[in-house]
Design a binder for this molecule. Structure first.
Ligand code: BG6
Length: 482
């Protein structure tokens, strides 16, 4: 299957940091279909050779095991081309069409790695140039809107040119191998399904922690904040995967229909529950990894009086028969103690303890990063005597060790899926709009509330109110239990 991948924003941050390395790895792993061409598109004039030199630099600071040799890079670069385009200019799209038609690839993927305010104009111009044909797919990168109205507007414009099945919305968390393993765990194995419900599960915690600050992205981040940047998309997508009903097939829409049902079942927020169930924080100076780091307000391109949240913890419920009354806690933040993402399924305690000492409920930890694995926490007897106290032990499955040569990164996976037209891991417009609808009351309450976010020291797990949120129900965050 021949393909053309057109990368709008070819000299932008996303292409540089994620897409080019992912394409290189896909090429190196032999996973890119043969007969592929990649065309980077940007504003300035460059030759193919100049663009190759530019992306070659990217590999200077990557892990040596992922760094290409000169020969490997040259083989990759043969497929990479560059084209200058003014994205508002119809003639430039006519030129693009000529380039594409000259070869007539089976599939054309337009990857919009540009600022989202350009999505409408790019889609409209592609449509006008006759480039919205059935063999063309368009990939849209976040942020997909700033709120429900702007997301709907983007979807309206994109939808006036491309059909839903041609428009692929990226949430790169869905490309992470751990997320596919979550599907495998739930729907490829029968073991957990009988337990996957309110009768057995006490609460579920989703943590997406980062130790980095906002770096040089202060201007973007300050307009976004943790709720828009991480909760509306990544955390909610993980929640849907945990809470969804088994789909009737692995067809993309069967899966996405079930995910949408979860989003529609989330307990809606009102001003009162926002104040009670959502904690927003902002980091102050502190220490991360033994290094002193500055507070958010001292970051570059961040206004000194910013009220932007760099941390969110919230409590919600999925209002259906399976999950009624089970708290789902979501938490994300910058400048937390470490980069770790995991989902903890806390099971209920034994109904009647017969062993001496404290009991400890079982839990299943689905680890997304830094490692990708599963831990099942149990209690066991060491065999040390009649009245011995049980000890915690855990079964630990490391997928990187189990499948050492097969793993591919999130962007590599999603790019290959976009080329192949596999839609399972892309977000449908109704899912994305529903997620915006659910966070809207939180955004509105915060906008109307003059109080600043709660401060937390960089290197801590967020403001104390985040612990209190969980403690109120008689639970604790994972690191407070371990
Ligand atoms: C992005 C956010 O979507 O995800 C960033 O915009 C964040 O702020 C990043 O750092 C985290 O992704 P990952 O894959 O490193 O956990």
């Amino acid at each position: 299957m021949s393909f053309d991948l057109v990368l709008f924003g070819g000299t932008g941050d996303l292409a540089w940091r994620k897409l080019i390395p992912a394409l290189f790895q896909a090429h190196r792993h032999g996973k890119l279909p043969p007969g592929g061409r990649m065309l980077a598109v940007a504003r300035d004039e460059r030759s193919d050779a100049q663009y190759h030199a530019y992306i070659r630099e990217r590999f200077g600071d990557v892990d040596p095991s992922k760094r290409p040799s000169d020969e490997a890079f040259a083989r990759f670069a043969e497929h990479v081309h560059y084209r200058r385009m003014d994205l508002s200019h119809p003639d430039d799209y006519a030129g693009l069409r000529e380039w594409i038609d000259a070869r007539g690839a089976d599939t054309v993927v337009m990857y919009l790695a540009t600022s989202p305010h350009l999505f409408p104009v790019i889609c409209a111009r592609l449509g006008a140039a006759g480039l919205a044909r059935p063999n063309v797919r368009v990939v849209l990168e976040k942020p997909l809107g700033h709120d429900l109205a702007s997301a709907q507007e983007i979807n309206r414009v994109v939808g006036s040119v491309f059909s839903e099945r041609q428009a692929l919305r990226i949430d790169h968390y869905l490309g992470k191998p751990a997320v596919q393993n979550l599907m495998a765990l739930r729907f490829g194995n029968a073991l957990f399904e009988p337990l996957w419900r309110r009768e057995s599960i006490a609460n579920i915690q989703i943590t997406l922690a980062e130790s980095i600050g906002v770096g040089t992205r202060g201007d973007y981040y300050d307009r976004s904040g943790a709720l828009r940047d991480m909760v509306q998309n990544h955390a909610l997508q993980l929640l849907t995967m945990i809470a969804m009903e088994p789909p009737s097939s692995s067809d993309a829409d069967a899966i996405r229909d079930e995910k949408l049902k979860v989003l529609k079942s989330l307990k809606p927020f009102g001003a009162e529950s926002v104040a009670r169930d959502v904690v927003r924080g902002q980091y102050r100076a502190g220490t991360v990894d033994g290094k002193a780091v500055s507070g958010y307000l001292d970051e570059v391109k961040v206004p000194a009086d910013s009220r932007c949240e760099t941390f969110v913890a919230l409590r919600t419920e999925v209002q259906n028969w399976r999950w009624a009354g089970v708290p789902f806690y979501l938490r994300t933040g910058k400048r937390l103690p470490s980069r770790e993402a995991h989902i903890v399924v806390n099971f209920r305690d034994v109904p009647h303890p017969i062993f001496a000492g404290t009991t400890r409920a079982n839990k299943l930890v689905i680890k997304l990063q830094p490692e990708d694995g599963l831990e099942l926490h149990l209690l066991a007897a060491k065999g040390g005597g009649i009245n011995e106290v049980l000890s915690p032990v855990f079964l630990d499955l490391d997928f990187d060790k189990a499948f050492p040569s097969e793993r591919i990164g999130a962007y590599e996976r999603l790019l290959l899926d976009a080329i192949a037209g596999r839609l399972n891991l892309f977000v449908r417009s109704d899912e994305q709009e529903q997620a915006w609808r659910w966070v809207a009351p939180v955004l509105e309450s915060w906008a109307a509330d003059p109080s600043p976010p709660r401060p937390y020291a960089a290197g801590s797990w967020g403001p104390p109110a985040a612990s209190a949120l969980v403690a109120r129900d008689g639970f604790a965050w994972a690191e407070e239990q371990w």
